[in-house]
Design a protein around this ligand. Structure first.
Ligand code: SF4
Length: 356
């Protein structure tokens, strides 16, 4: 799985399974693939995927497909099917799939605000991010209202059995950095359906937002460092790097007191310049604080300034994920204990396969 995520996958039938996500916030240009009962996101639209040694045959009548390395079959895989809620639209005529999408096998994911103060300037934008692409292509809307999110969440649970939900957001102007819009959305969703929720935002300036988000119904919190050393952060994400690592650490400490050990997490994109030692040393600090470090191989997204940046080598990823799996297990904050969100889903990184 680690190799598949690093190399990507060539598809004989590009329409197999759920339509792959292109553009948008965070990881993209992937397709969900289920191997041995575990669903992972595998790059399919990136330039490295075109040269991948892994090829998936067109699925047969049962939806299964042969995964080959070169000409040699190595596994039977499955593509999660198009969810039923995708065929519906809101009373005001917005397709449900423009409000939230299926991630992995059973996760509903949305980007509440599809605009971001960081993305508005080329000088400040995170170089890996494509939050504006899906908006420009008309595949989503700029602001999902609490009512729209509640309606879609309820139907995704009823029709497709989604198990938890991830709400991320572009960073709006203001000191709350998106916490307010996450809280109002969570309140509406929880009033409509009992669905574990993860909120994801930058650290707000005032730690009292953590209590407010929890009280509104957010079960777990993601605040994403992306890169762990200041020079790499300033090079890759000049706007977001103005919120320092020190502020992230103090926000982690305060939020773990509210959400609990292992219920706060951070995304770390491996392969952008931080060394293995930098990443593992930051992870030690995070685990000691009770924060789950979700280390993910960087996937270059088409149309971003990093589209030609190579994905990290699978051997290098394994040299991080293996000790990290042992580290989080020892710290008692494994993926399976997380109530909602990316760490629980585990589709963008094979980290959970190294736990226990
Ligand atoms: S790990 Fe997070 S971003 Fe990746 S598929 Fe799962 S919910 Fe989506």
């Amino acid at each position: 799985m680690t190799e598949l995520q690093s190399f990507g996958l060539r598809l004989v039938d590009p329409h197999a399974g759920v339509a792959s996500r292109r553009g948008g916030a965070g990881p993209s240009d992937h397709k969900a693939v289920t191997i041995d009962g575990h669903t992972i996101m595998v790059p399919v639209h990136t330039s490295s995927a075109w040269d991948s040694p892994f090829i998936a045959d067109a699925p047969d009548a049962t939806g299964h497909s042969a995964l080959k390395r070169g000409a040699i079959p190595i596994a039977r895989i499955e593509f999660p099917k198009q969810p039923r809620f995708y065929s519906m639209q809101t009373m005001d005529g917005v397709p449900y799939g423009h409000i939230a999408t299926l991630h992995g096998a059973d996760v509903l994911a949305t980007t509440i605000l599809q605009t971001c103060i960081r993305y508005e300037s080329r000088r400040k934008a995170c170089k890996f991010c494509a939050i504006g692409q899906s908006l420009a292509a008309g595949r989503t809307i700029a602001h999902k209202t609490p009512q729209q999110l509640a309606e879609v969440a309820r139907m995704a649970v009823l029709l497709d059995g989604v198990k938890h939900m991830v709400m991320t957001t572009g960073t709006p102007p203001g000191d709350d950095r998106g916490a307010a819009v996450l809280a109002e959305s969570a309140f509406a969703i929880k009033a409509a359906v009992n669905l574990p929720l993860q909120g994801q935002c930058e650290p707000p300036d005032d730690d009292r937002w953590f209590d407010r988000m929890k009280a509104a119904g957010i079960d777990t919190l993601g605040m994403h460092l992306e890169a762990v050393t200041q020079p790499v952060r300033e090079r890759i994400m000049p706007g977001k790097a103005t919120v320092t690592v020190e502020r992230y650490l103090s926000a982690f400490e305060a939020s773990v007191k509210v959400f609990g050990r292992g219920q706060v997490s951070t995304y770390i994109l491996a392969g952008l310049g931080d060394t293995r030692e930098d990443i593992l040393s930051m992870c030690e600090t995070l685990v000691a604080l009770g924060v789950y470090p979700f280390v993910v191989p960087f996937v270059p997204i088409s149309g971003t300034p990093l589209e030609d940046h190579p994905a990290p080598d699978a051997g290098w990823m394994k040299s991080i994920l293996e000790p990290l799996g042992a580290m989080v297990s020892k710290g008692g904050i494994r993926a399976k204990d997380i109530k909602a969100g990316c760490g629980k889903c585990g589709a963008c990184s094979s980290l959970s396969q190294y736990e226990n």
